[in-house]
Design a protein around this ligand. Structure first.
Ligand code: PA5
Length: 462
């Protein structure tokens, strides 16, 4: 079976063989540091052998027991979480389910409708979630939080729990709420023990943004009827070729090397490009992975993303002719999932008759080829991931390739790719402004008030 391959022809002549060869040793060292667990954040590397371990453990069976129950009995599954406790499940389910999955009739959809909450602090969003709870007969909730104290999912879950208990009573609700959290500690673990929720564990040595292949992602994904076995098999195979010390056989290693070489040439913004709209959240997951892992100590490649060809009609101009510090990474899905063809239209009023009889897949492919050549002409290097098909197996490969590349890339940048100290700053201010009890919050509040008092007051339009 073919693996995902990486085509780097369109990074030439921006970089060349000489540059690649001169950076090889450094890249190998970064890879060794990751695989031998000798670098920074080495206690957060549980994801490295997670696919293999999970496939040979009883965990899949435990997850599938609960997910089968949800798949067969639920009309609606609400996944409550944020960041790494949300994006992986959203990315994989969106990528593999029908584009209008939630709108399909139950007999076609088969599994429950899937909605997400706790990834924002929007009352409008939560009112819509409550409406879904009230209009669907059988509702299950998967509340996902390692710490259990994250504000967004915390205050969303309060409300959801209240509504579910109102609908079913406390005893029945306890059967319908499943928590994914720390094995021993944290507010959600304590609440689950008190209320009798079934729980799944987020391993200590796997950080949020690397947790898609733990129960964090696997339970919601499996509850939607997607094969987690295939997903993990793809990731396991990628972990095998991810050990090869040869850039021609290890796309993750090569990707990490190329993007850092491009950064050295001044290309400090990377745009992840897809041509399938259902991959939108793969881009979002990737942005968190690379953004949170690399953006520290005033370093990091800025991860941006676009959905083509839609965004060619909004961002295309900028990418083609704007400032030259961007490079693209394209997810090229090579196998057609649909053979739908453009129909003929007599008289060709839109002057598009030359496309009649061609498949939409073929036109999309030519759009991709034309775009990559145009952007290359315009001074935008491009890395291409050729993904044989859009299915569980190759998504598993892709997720793992990106995770490994991110670890290597972080080490190449000489940052710790497994922490996220900067995420605390907004929380600190928000807690102070919301008068969270505690001496430190009072001190922080004073600092914020002082800062605000010094900000010019007349710099706003009337
Ligand atoms: O990657 C990360 O660590 C974060 O995105 C977390 O996953 C996110 O903040 C949610 O944290 P928690 O699972 O503790 O609620």
């Amino acid at each position: 079976m073919k693996n995902i391959s990486l085509d780097y022809s369109y990074t030439y002549p921006f970089i060349d063989d000489k540059k690649i060869n001169s950076y090889l040793d450094t890249a190998f060292k970064a890879m060794d540091m990751l695989l031998n667990r000798t670098g920074r954040g080495k206690d957060s590397l549980g994801w490295l052998d997670l696919p293999e371990k999970t496939l040979s453990s009883g965990l899949i069976g435990e997850i599938e027991k609960v997910s089968d129950e949800i798949y067969n009995n639920a009309d609606l599954l609400i996944c409550t979480g944020i960041g790494g406790s949300y994006l992986g499940a959203k990315a994989v389910t969106d990528a593999l389910l029908h584009p209008f999955y939630n709108s399909l009739p139950k007999n076609e959809r088969k599994g429950p409708k899937l909605i997400f909450a706790g990834q924002n602090i929007s009352g409008i969003w939560l009112e819509a979630v409550i409406n879904e709870i009230n209009t669907n007969k059988s509702v299950y909730v998967n509340v996902i939080s390692k710490s259990g104290t994250t504000t967004e999912p915390g205050i969303a879950f309060r409300l959801i729990k209240q509504q579910i208990e109102k609908k079913y009573g406390k005893k029945e609700s306890a059967k319908r709420i499943i928590a994914t959290t720390d094995a021993n500690e944290g507010a959600l673990k304590s609440l689950s023990d008190k209320e009798g929720y079934r729980t799944f564990v987020i391993p200590d040595d796997v950080g949020g943004r690397y947790s898609v292949l733990t129960p964090v992602g696997l339970l919601p994904i499996s509850s939607a009827g997607i094969s987690i076995n295939e997903l993990l098999q793809g990731a396991k195979d990628a972990s095998e070729f991810g050990k090869i010390r040869n850039i021609k056989n290890n796309p993750g290693l090569l990707y990490a090397l190329l993007r850092n070489l491009l950064l050295k040439q001044g290309y400090h913004t990377e745009i992840l490009i897809n041509y399938e709209p259902t991959l939108h959240y793969i881009n979002e997951w990737w942005k968190q992975l690379f953004g949170e892992s690399e953006g520290k100590n005033n370093k990091g490649i800025f991860p941006a993303s676009v959905d083509f060809t839609s965004d060619l009609h909004s961002m295309g101009q900028w990418i083609q002719e704007g400032q030259r510090f961007i490079f693209g990474t394209t997810l090229n899905i090579m196998g057609a999932d649909s053979d739908l063809k453009v129909p003929s239209d007599e008289g060709s009023p839109d002057e598009l008759e030359y496309l009649a009889g061609k498949s939409y897949f073929e036109i999309n492919q030519q759009a991709f080829r034309g775009t990559v050549v145009a952007h290359h002409d315009g001074g935008v290097p491009n890395i291409i991931f050729n993904v044989p098909e859009l299915n569980e197996y190759y998504l598993g490969q892709l997720l793992y390739i990106f995770e490994e590349a991110c670890g290597i890339s972080g080490y190449l940048l000489e940052v710790n790719p497994f922490d996220q100290p900067g995420v605390e700053s907004y929380k600190k201010n928000m807690f102070a402004l919301l008068n969270k009890p505690g001496e430190q919050n009072k001190i922080n509040r004073k600092k914020i008030d002082e800062k605000i008092s010094k900000i010019p007051k007349d710099k706003v339009t009337e």
